[in-house]
Design a binder for this molecule. Sequence first.
Ligand SMILES: Cc1ncc(COP(=O)(O)O)c(C=O)c1O
Length: 392
Amino acid sequence: MLDRLEPQSPDALLALIKLHAADEREDKIDLGVGVYRTDDGATPVFKSIKAAEEALIGEQQSKSYLGPEGDLGFVHSLMPYIFGKDATMGGRIEGMQTPGGTGAVRLAAAVAKHAGATRIHMGTPSWPNHAQIFRDLDLEVAAFDHANADGTANLEAVLEAIRGAGENEAVLLHGCCHNPTGIDYTPAQWVEIAEALAESPALPILDVAYHGLGHGLEQDAYGVRRVLNAVDEALIAYSCDKNFGMYRDRVGALYVMAKNSSGLDPILSNLNALARASWSMPPDHGGAAVRLVLRDDTRRQQWLDELESMRNRLRWVRERLAAADNQVSGLDLAPLAEQNGMFAMLKLDKDQIARLREEHAVYMAGSGRINVAGLTKGNIDKFIAALADVAG
Ligand SMILES: Cc1ncc(COP(=O)(O)O)c(C=O)c1O
């Protein structure tokens, strides 16, 4: 039976990692993989997480099963940061732990499908796994353009998609720090999006994978909160893998906002059943460590400081690239300063991307996406000179 399977093309970024690892040039630059890096090019465990992990080893008395919803202390500790002071919207929001943001997106799409969804509208380009997950669940993907050529968000396209979306349809939006473009909706645009969603029968699915890496935890939650204040129901997929540096520990949560508090239980029972049938229970360690960060004043402050320094560094790189706009013809780097998070799309063609790799040892995705965090004080001048060379 297994002979019938068609070979699948390998993940392009994983292939890039291999190429980068095999390159012996000492000044090589990796802008491919989507992990944060310090100015030394490292991706260290957060100090706040290290401290929480030490506490966890001392405290944990059992590794017995928890249940499909995972560590609810973790799930609830995050809620004020995402949803604000009234973190449950009057008892209408509850969540469960998932294996990373990927698990949360998967569970969101699966429960939408269970409820009758047949189609998901989403802006493109997007995180490539969005379309893969939706198609794997036999959901039709209806794409609209996320960005304008000038580096701003295409508001008309998203409004048209929302207004055209029917009853058995969902609309996926990135909460902040859009991957791969870095182009977020402005607060004024979120107001219009929220109003359009309030009029639409479609279910909003909000994906928040980089909370706190844009302008701050409060500012980055503006769009999510605005939408939740306007609509009856929504799903919110959340990842702690970037903002707590937990990548391989797979830390995420899926929240649901129901029309009213009595509507939550049936939805949660479906989420539990779907989780049980896919991963049964989420891995515990990372969620427990995040809970121990958020529930201790010292560790929480340490995390907030660490997040702020990541954010400041990303801002520094963006401003440095934007300031080099006049050194590099035709790439239009200036808008990068207004964009957010770890990623940006450079207007490079396939040949230029290949030349950057071959002649300058600069590795980036074939789409032109760069991980802004791969640039440091030590390599950014070399990168700008390489761009100027290939952009000619
Ligand atoms: C937009 C978006 N959503 C979700 C995820 C999933 O994150 P995780 O690593 O927690 O599964 C990512 C990760 O790159 C992402 O960019």
